[in-house]
Design a protein around this ligand. Structure first.
Ligand SMILES: [Fe+2]
Length: 267
């Protein structure tokens, strides 16, 4: 587990303002490689970064079939509740949070089990919601691939995301940071946000491909392939940072993308 830091100077960010954001992405709690002790290690490492804000980026549970130990969200949430930052801890949901919820409850409606477990320990979940924190709007988008694929088409997802409704809640001035578990929304921001209120997009989901050979990752869960697979991306005057995340999906195997806590230093 390591710390990856990006120093980003987004267009539209207030002059002279500095802010450190700490991202905890794709925890995927569950053995063999993300038991309770490892979750605690991630929490301690995130707390040690001195962030102004800690952002939980979705996919908190392992859902793969290779689990040697189950760590339900009701067990992981109280450990995550130990995260501390002056401007608070804020969470969004990932596709695996929805999949876990749908499988356990049989319902495709929220609030998800993750949201309930987080709110029970005092972590606010932004599911298509906007809040202003420290003069910055945090736009928390719900998962863009919440419902499982139908008919075997890998690009056929039914999302829970509503960017329009989320943007509409920005009722005052100030720059906005978009928290979107899946990075794919970044490709469409010019259309959704023509005035460029969103100065930075933060995502997870891809795990940097999870298995990566230098610049090449054979499997990236994005309709844009490797374009938003990992790290700091600049396109059309906008900035995106994709965390490589901490855990695993599919199989408990990572190669070439070490688990990371991601720090974004804004100035
Ligand atoms: Fe995901």
């Amino acid at each position: 587990m390591r710390v990856q830091t990006w120093a980003v100077q987004p267009k539209g960010w207030p002059r002279g303002r500095k802010m450190r954001l700490v991202m905890v992405a794709d925890l995927h709690a569950g053995g063999p490689n993300m038991d309770e002790g490892r979750v605690q290690q991630a929490v301690d490492l995130a707390n040690a970064q001195g962030g102004d804000m800690i952002l939980l980026m979705g996919d908190y549970r392992a859902t793969h079939g290779w689990q040697t130990r189950r760590v339900p969200i009701e067990v992981a949430a109280p450990i995550l509740a130990e995260l501390r930052a002056p401007l608070g801890v804020h969470a969004v949901l990932g596709n695996h949070d929805w999949w876990d919820h749908i499988r356990k409850t049989g319902s495709r409606k929220g609030p998800t089990l993750t949201q309930k477990a987080f709110e029970a320990v005092g972590i606010p979940v932004l599911a298509n919601q906007a809040v202003q924190v420290g003069g910055v709007w945090l736009l928390g988008l719900d998962s863009q691939s919440a419902n499982q694929r139908r008919g075997g088409d890998p690009n056929d997802w039914v999302g829970k995301s509503d960017i329009k409704a989320t943007l509409a809640q920005m009722t005052g001035d100030g720059p906005a940071v978009l928290l979107a578990h899946e990075p794919d929304i970044f490709a469409d921001l010019a259309q959704h946000d023509p005035e460029a209120r969103i100065v930075l997009t933060l995502s997870g989901h891809t795990h940097g491909g999870q298995v990566r050979f230098g610049p090449w990752a054979p499997v990236v869960p994005s309709q844009y392939g490797g374009r938003f697979a990992y790290g700091w991306v600049q396109e059309g005057g906008r900035d995106l940072v994709v965390s490589g995340g901490l855990g695993c999906s599919g199989m408990p195997v990572r190669f070439g993308v070490p688990p990371e806590i991601t720090v974004v230093d804004l100035s």
